[in-house]
Design a protein around this ligand. Structure first.
Ligand code: NCD
Length: 303
């Protein structure tokens, strides 16, 4: 594996192998002598969109593997003088950086860079457009493997919220299908559902109460207003009433069900604070798993 652009088409065995390695890293004491599999490697965080957890967790993961990390600040770069993404990439590659962690607003940006990249250069997609966010998909699968009481085949997973604009949901769906998840329910207002061809293997459920009923895993998503044309959602109060995850709605899920959210959260819009911070929230475990998964991915590419 030279690059990680998408989870689409990734074999189940490879997914589980990456998750096994991430589980190993998750169990290490961060203060113990660090692994050195990325010693001598320069990792460049090339982020053209805002990020908190993804960028910082890639940075911590790279440090924990012994890599050198360089952060590119798009707001203070020659991007503002009109330099293209391709030229920016070629420039930093010429300095000897080997691993590029890329976040960009355009779907296809990472694929384009992977075609330009030399043999020893690796591209990791850290979220592009609506298309894919493969390391988020992996950390979500690791979290499900840790929390769920049953194998993927026997799980009912409800994904509620702005699926149309979500690269996280797309990568989760790629992974859930590959892992053989038996029951995937998707629920959103019609304007926030993706096209039908993206929902193969899923059951569209109109009412959130029905989607949540008896599920094992409840994933909610941020209402992504920056990627949305105006008017797709009439009112935030109405959205919260119909699709928000509050304690009443959560009580319809299985007693051992847990709640996931990729962050950042809009509290009171897609999730109630009492749920986000409550005993059935897996949200901070998702964050912690982000470091372990990114270690596993970077080691697989450049270790
Ligand atoms: C997501 C993203 O940027 O795609 N956040 C993340 O990486 N954890 C989800 C979002 O922005 O809603």
């Amino acid at each position: 594996m030279q690059h990680l652009i998408s989870l689409e088409g990734m074999a189940r065995e490879r997914l589980h192998a990456l998750l096994d390695r991430a589980q190993h890293f998750a169990g290490l004491d961060p203060r113990a002598a660090p692994p050195t599999s990325l010693a001598g490697v320069h990792v460049v965080n090339l982020f053209f969109e805002p990020s908190t957890r993804t960028r910082l967790s890639f940075e911590i993961a790279a440090h924990r593997l012994g890599a050198q990390v360089v952060n590119f600040d798009a707001e203070r770069s020659s991007t503002l003088k009109g330099e293209t993404l391709a030229d920016t990439f070629r420039t930093v590659e010429a300095m000897g950086a080997q691993l590029f962690v890329v976040r960009h607003s355009e779907s296809g940006a990472c694929e384009m860079l992977s075609e330009l990249a030399g043999d020893g250069t690796h591209i990791v997609n850290a979220g592009e457009g609506r298309a894919a966010h493969p390391t988020q998909g992996l950390l979500d699968m690791l979290t499900i493997r840790q929390f769920a009481k049953r194998p993927f085949e026997d799980l009912s997973i409800a994904i509620v919220g702005d699926i149309r604009h979500s690269r996280v949901a797309r990568s989760d769906l790629h992974a859930l299908r590959a892992l053989g998840c038996g029951d995937i329910r998707v629920c959103a207002p019609a304007a926030l559902l993706p096209d039908a061809d993206e929902l193969q293997g899923c059951r569209v459920v109109d009412a959130a109460d029905e989607a949540v009923s008896g599920c094992d895993v409840l994933m909610t998503l941020r209402l992504q207003r920056e990627r949305m044309e105006d008017g797709l959602v009439d009112s935030l109060d109405g959205y919260y009433r119909d699709y928000g995850i509050d304690q009443r709605r959560l009580s319809l899920a299985r007693a051992d069900a847990f709640v996931m959210h990729p962050g950042p959260m809009n509290r009171g819009v897609e999730i109630e604070s009492a749920v986000a911070d409550g005993p059935r929230s897996a949200i901070l475990r998702q964050v912690a798993n982000g470091v372990a998964v990114r270690m596993a991915v970077m080691e697989a590419l450049a270790g």
